[in-house]
Design a protein around this ligand. Structure first.
Ligand code: NDP
Length: 281
C-alpha cells in the first residue's frame, strides 16, 4: 500500500539558517505519533506572498513566520484570529477549507506559558518592558490581562513606544523617555523584560536604565543563546536580580501553540524543556 505524502510545513524569514523550529516541530510530531516535513524557507522582506504561493502549490499545509515578515504575513491573511488582530503581526499561517489564508500570533501565549510553567504568579506586578517592536506587541495583550500594577515601556525610539501605548491603551501603562531616566522614581520592579534584539548584537539595550533597578527583579530576555547567558542577563545577575531567564522556553511554547493550531493535538513540551535543561551550562 502506498504511504501518504508527509504533511509539509515551513518557516519563512531571514536569517533563519540556525532556527530550532524544524527540530522542535519534529520532536512534537514524533511525540504525537505524526510524521511531518518541516523545512526552512529563507525569504527576504517583500517576498512572502510569492514564497507562500509556491509553498502552497507544492502541497504546503502550514507555516511559521519570523523576522522580518510578521507584519507582511498579517497583511496577507484573509482571516486573523484575535491574537493576530491584537498584535497586528502573524507568526503562524495555515489555509482553511475555503482555501483562505489564516493567521495567528502565538508569541504572547508562548511567553506567558513559559513564565507560568515556572509557577510564577503574574497577577498585579510591576513590569518594565524594554523594546517596542513586534515582540512587545505580541505579549502586551497577555500582559494586560494580569491586572498589572504598573507597566513602563522604554524603547530606543520613543515614538515607537508611544505608538504602541496608543494601540494598547491602559491606565497603568506609561512610556518613559530616555532623557528622563535619571530622574524617574520607579516602583520596585517584579519583572524586567528585555524584548529588544540588542542581545543578538551582544550588546545591552540602549538606553540602559540604572542598574539599581535590577535588584530583586525577575529578569527575562527574549533572545536566547544555547551556550551562554545573554549580556543582559549577565548584567542582571551582577546587580542582584532574583532570577534570570532567556527566551528559549518562549520559543518552545510558541512552537507548541502553533503545533496545536495545525494538528489539533496537545503538544507535549515537557520532554523538550528537560532535554535543553540537561544540555545548558
Ligand atoms: P523588531 O525588529 O520588531 O523590534 C526590535 C526592537 O529592538 C525595537 O524596539 C528596537 O528599537 C530594539 N533594538 C534593536 N537593537 C537595539 C539596541 N542595540 N539597543 C536598544 N534597542 C534595540 O523585533 P521583535 O520585536 O519581533 O523581536 C525582538 C527580539 O525578540 C528579537 O531579538 C527576537 O529574536 C526576539 N524574539 C524571541 C522570541 C522567542 O520565542 N524567544 C519570539 C519573538 C521575538 P527601535 O524601535 O529603536 O529600533
Amino acid at each position: 500500500m502506498a504511504s501518504s505524502p508527509l504533511k509539509k510545513f515551513t518557516l519563512f524569514g531571514s536569517p533563519i539558517k540556525h532556527s530550532l523550529s524544524p527540530w522542535l516541530h519534529q520532536q512534537l510530531a514524533q511525540a504525537c505519533g505524526l510524521s511531518i516535513d518541516y523545512t526552512l524557507s529563507e525569504t527576504p522582506k517583500g517576498h512572502l506572498a510569492a514564497a507562500l504561493a509556491q509553498f502552497r502549490a507544492a502541497g504546503g499545509i502550514g507555516a511559521n513566520v519570523t523576522l522580518p515578515l510578521k507584519e507582511e504575513a498579517y497583511a496577507l491573511c484573509t482571516y486573523c484570529d484575535p491574537h493576530a488582530l491584537a498584535a497586528k503581526a502573524v507568526n503562524t499561517l495555515w489555509w482553511n477549507k475555503a482555501q483562505q489564508l489564516c493567521g495567528s500570533n502565538t508569541d504572547g501565549i508562548g511567553w506567558r506559558q513559559d513564565l507560568n510553567r515556572h509557577g510564577f504568579s503574574l497577577i498585579q506586578k510591576n513590569w518594565l518592558i524594554l523594546g517596542a517592536g513586534g515582540a512587545v506587541a505580541g505579549i502586551l495583550p497577555q500582559l494586560l490581562q494580569t491586572q498589572p500594577k504598573q507597566i513602563w515601556l522604554l524603547n530606543r525610539t520613543l515614538t515607537r513606544a508611544q505608538a504602541l501605548a496608543q494601540r494598547f491603551p491602559h491606565p497603568k501603562m506609561a512610556v518613559i523617555a530616555a532623557n528622563t531616566l535619571a530622574t524617574q522614581t520607579p516602583p520596585a520592579w517584579d519583572w524586567i523584560i528585555n524584548a529588544t534584539s540588542a542581545s543578538l548584537q551582544q550588546a545591552l539595550p540602549e538606553p540602559t536604565f540604572p542598574s539599581a533597578w535590577l535588584q530583586d527583579a525577575r529578569v527575562y530576555d527574549m533572545v536566547y543563546d544555547l551556550s551562554q547567558l545573554t549580556p543582559f542577563l549577565i548584567w542582571a545577575q551582577q546587580y542582584g536580580a532574583q532570577s534570570v531567564q532567556d527566551g528559549l522556553g518562549m520559543l518552545i511554547e510558541q512552537a507548541a501553540a502553533a503545533f496545536e493550531l495545525w494538528h489539533q493535538k496537545k503538544a507535549p513540551t515537557q520532554t523538550i524543556h528537560q532535554q535543553f535543561l540537561a544540555k545548558r551550562p
